[in-house]
Design a protein around this ligand. Structure first.
Ligand code: UDH
Length: 288
């Protein structure tokens, strides 16, 4: 154990050392666990989880605090499978992480970009996290050398997905799982809120990154490997017919709309600090 002990007259206090950037107990490529699992089984299994979905190493202090934001509606089986994989994965990686599920209420068309912005602003009310990982519910990382960290450049994690034969979907793909330092997400003004329905909000995000002279980085495809849980297109998330038109104005809109305007689109209906996650239910008014 890499901790040192300090004692004063009345208390015994452990001062934990900084965690290794690359822990020694990583195992590399391993099949994901896709067995059906319930919320209560997960709660029983992961007794180390602290209220609100906080997980942290016991023997060292990580260099960063992290929030994982998961945009969500009606995918409970995927969410449970994701947590069943992510909790042991992030434990091995020595991460201090809090899980946030941002659920879009009702039947309005799904708006993934706006939900990430909401998640960021609501998470910040608890703590200024150093690192934000924006994570689709169906993306299972299968190699723990794919270190969940934020660095001086925004990172695209979901490089090699089974759905695309473990090859990069396309050169400028920036979807699935990405990670940005808090300052970077602020600097790019978050996501656009205007992509209503499926598609291209992730391309818009990369335009925002590049427009701020930030460089997107990736790990090697053999490391940054994911299995996507197979599913059909969701009801309420039809392909957005406006998406390619919107992309043309991405750079011009960057500071006009995004993280700085999302408050006019949403209302928090419910917030629960559960064992596995902080659950935030929001109504989104896509008309702004
Ligand atoms: N999401 C939900 N609920 C929804 C819609 C989206 O939770 O109703 C979230 C979830 O985190 C998901 C993410 O938004 O991982 C992205 O949505 P998606 O998984 O539908 O997007 P993807 O591009 O799939 O992965 C598109 C549908 C492909 C259907 C192909 C059928 N052969």
């Amino acid at each position: 154990v890499t901790s040192s002990l300090t004692m004063n007259n009345t208390t015994m206090e452990y001062i934990l050392e900084t965690c290794l950037e690359k822990p020694k107990n990583l195992i590399g490529l391993r099949l994901g666990n896709y067995s059906r699992v319930t919320k209560s089984e997960l709660v029983d299994e992961y007794i180390e989880m602290e209220p609100g979905g906080h997980l942290r190493p016991q023997n060292c202090t990580p260099g960063q605090t992290m929030a994982i934001l998961i945009p969500y509606r009606n995918r409970s089986s995927h969410l449970h499978i994701l947590l069943h994989n992510l909790i042991p994965f992030l434990t091995r990686q020595n991460v201090d992480v809090t899980f946030f599920v941002i659920e879009q209420a009702g039947n309005s068309t799904f708006n993934r970009g706006a939900l990430f912005n909401v998640g960021f602003l609501e998470a910040e009310k608890f703590q200024r996290f150093d690192c934000y990982i924006l994570h689709d519910v169906d993306m299972i990382p299968i190699n723990d050398h794919n270190l969940y960290r934020c660095s001086e450049n925004p990172r695209h994690f979901a490089v090699a997905i089974n759905k695309h034969n473990y090859k990069l979907h396309y050169e400028s793909y920036f979807g699935g799982v990405v990670g940005l330092l808090r300052e970077q997400y602020l600097q790019i003004n978050g996501h656009s809120n205007l992509y209503i329905g499926w598609g291209t909000e992730d391309d818009d995000l990369l335009i925002r990154v590049k427009n701020k002279n930030l460089t997107m980085v990736r790990y090697n495809p053999s490391t940054a490997r994911y299995d996507m849980i197979q599913h059909d297109r969701d009801v309420g998330n039809a392909e957005n017919p406006m998406r390619l038109t919107l992309r043309k104005s991405a750079a011009r809109r960057q500071h006009v709309e995004g993280l700085n305007t999302v408050t006019k689109y949403y209302q928090v209906l419910d917030m629960k600090l559960e064992t596995l996650y902080t659950w935030i239910t929001v109504s989104l008014d896509n008309s702004g």
